[in-house]
Design a protein around this ligand. Structure first.
Ligand SMILES: [Zn+2]
Length: 563
């Protein structure tokens, strides 16, 4: 397949662009591999290096393309440029302000985002000798060649740039949200590949959500004789297929619809990926349901009754139309899921908060839910026992974030709007000045925003963005603002010690009036709850993935072991 990525100039060998720098250093073998120059005329003439496992330059091209594609999707959905979290560098780095990507960074069956290095590290390893699935025993598996894995890790980095405080595991859902969300973005990317969608539609007779494609030839009375009689796994709903095989799972690492609806499942699941898979399943349940409802008319026109489960050869025209509907619906859902991030609280997220954020964000973009997307989401979350706190029902009105009671206006005259092409230094200066004013605004309205105003130094402006979105009523582009305020409070020993994280996400209209204030107040029992959860991490789950979180920050390297 060919990926379309935005044109970048300048693009140095590496590739090193404005967002990312691919550094192909292999610490295991203590060597650098020759870096690819995508501006080389031979490579340009061939539209890139053809896929090959044996040329590290293809690996570099692959990670560059997938990371860029994922960033582009975020920028499209969020309506603004992505800025990585600024770091304090001890040494001056030539790659300052860029995400580092190491395609061969570690020799283990793992890949992870390292927030301290600000890097994506991809591992390589040998497939199982005794149980390698579809791979050769001991075959070298490169995680940087798995589209899903690259998109997943990039999403961790992007999510960290949008909500840095989600790196603090303050409740059981936070790490699970990071994992689930990264899977959601990676899985939706599958549905933009037209050839794969057509193939899956053909193989599943239009039931895209099936785990398996039907074989090209049905098995005879004497069972399977030739390869064409063996059904393949549906590549659209599985994630990291080769990786799962190579470590002996006999299945993709994870699946879009891995968990059936069960209102009790969340109660017993504590592991981040297990919990995350419930979030993934809820989103994809809604997506597939919306797709099925959206295409009922097409089946009727084609005269095919779906109830009887007829196994018919679908007409190419019908396949083409179904394929269009899939990509439209997938595009809408992916955008909705990413846009919802701007409506999430600054810290301490729960799955229920995310549902409310999704519903509100979509309501702000499309007033009428005539395609039933929001209804499908609410049903899918409800069936999986995901309950938002402090709402009276699952109705749309009660799930929407509530606008603040009194009218608060931010004085816009003094706020500066950075030029999208501003340099890092210019941008930092503008950001600092805006942050100072927002800080004053937040402190002045501390009580309404649920902040403690006795010490202003505990309150910090984590990020502030201008966003351009189409107005749902006029369809003209309107500008909005999103500010993320985080409060960090050291707790006395009698309250469990440690740091409690609270804050508020503020969404403003173009004229500076406050639309929503999504609060996580520390003026209630939240500090105690967070201290209790930290204690739980220390004591009751001493081993396994949660071990990593003891340091106070999610450690993806440990969390991703064998996941
Ligand atoms: Zn992950």
């Amino acid at each position: 397949m060919t990926l379309q990525v935005p044109f970048e100039h300048p693009l140095a060998p590496g590739p090193v662009g404005s967002y990312l720098a691919v550094v192909d250093y292999d610490p295991g073998n203590q060597c650098y591999y020759e870096s690819v120059d995508l501006n080389d005329r031979w490579i340009l003439a061939n539209a890139g290096i053809a896929p090959t496992e044996s040329d590290p330059r293809f690996h570099q091209q692959m990670v560059y393309a997938v990371v860029s594609e994922t960033i582009q999707r975020f920028e499209y959905a969020l309506g603004r440029r992505i800025r990585w979290r600024r770091r304090k560098y001890r040494h001056k780095s030539p790659f300052q302000g860029r995400l580092l990507v190491f395609p061969h960074g570690v020799q283990e069956a793992n890949a992870f985002y390292d927030p301290n290095l600000h890097a994506l590290v991809f591992g390589y390893f040998r497939a199982s000798e005794t149980d390698p699935g579809n791979n050769l025993p001991n075959q070298t598996i490169f995680t940087c060649l798995a589209h899903d894995v690259v998109a997943h890790e990039t999403t961790h980095a992007l999510l960290d740039s949008i909500r840095p405080a989600f790196m603090q595991p303050t409740n059981i859902d936070v790490a699970a949200f990071h994992e689930g969300f990264a899977d959601i973005v990676a899985l939706f990317q599958h549905f933009s590949i037209k050839e794969a969608v057509l193939e899956a539609l053909r193989g599943t007779g239009g039931a895209l959500f099936s785990e398996h494609l039907s074989p090209a030839a049905p098995p005879g009375k004497d069972g399977v004789r030739i390869t064409a009689q063996i059904g393949q796994r549906n590549p659209l709903v599985g994630m990291a297929d080769q990786f799962g095989d190579a470590i002996g799972l006999h299945r993709p690492l994870r699946s879009a619809i891995g968990t059936p609806p069960d209102a009790k499942a969340l109660e017993s699941m504590t592991e981040a990926h297990d919990r995350g898979s419930i979030l993934v399943a809820a989103i994809f349940d809604a997506f597939f349901t919306a797709f099925v409802r959206r295409t009922i008319d097409l089946w009727r026109i084609a005269g095919i009754s779906r109830e009887r489960g007829e196994d018919v050869e679908l007409h190419p025209d019908l396949l083409g139309r179904l394929c269009d509907e899939v990509s439209k619906t997938a595009g809408h859902f992916q955008t909705m899921c990413i846009r919802g991030l701007d409506y999430c609280p600054p810290v301490d997220i729960t799955f229920g908060d995310y549902l409310r954020a999704l519903i509100t964000a979509d309501y702000d973009t499309v007033r009428d839910d005539d395609l039933g997307y929001r209804a499908a989401l609410v049903d899918a979350f409800r069936l999986r026992g995901i309950r938002p706190e402090a709402v009276t029902s699952y109705s749309e009105e009660s799930l929407l974030w509530i606008p603040p009671e009194s009218k608060h206006r931010l004085k816009l005259e003094t706020l500066q709007r950075p030029d999208p092409n501003a340099s890092e230094v210019e941008f930092a200066a503008i950001e600092k000045s805006n942050a100072r004013q927002l800080h004053a605004f937040a402190c002045a309205n501390a009580k309404v925003f649920g902040l403690n105003h006795f010490n202003r130094r505990h309150i910090a402006v984590d990020s502030f963005h201008f966003v351009v979105r189409p107005n749902p009523d006029t369809l003209l582009p309107t500008s909005e603002m999103v500010a993320v305020i985080v409060e960090r409070l050291e707790q006395p020993e009698k309250k469990g010690g440690g740091t409690a994280f609270g804050g508020v996400t503020l969404l403003f209209n173009e004229d500076g009036t406050l639309r929503y204030a999504v609060r996580k107040s520390l003026r209630n029992d939240r500090p105690e709850k967070q201290a209790f959860f930290r204690q739980l991490l220390w004591e009751s789950v001493p081993r396994g993935a949660y071990e990593a979180m003891k340091t106070g920050q999610i450690d993806f390297r440990a969390l991703h072991q064998r996941y």
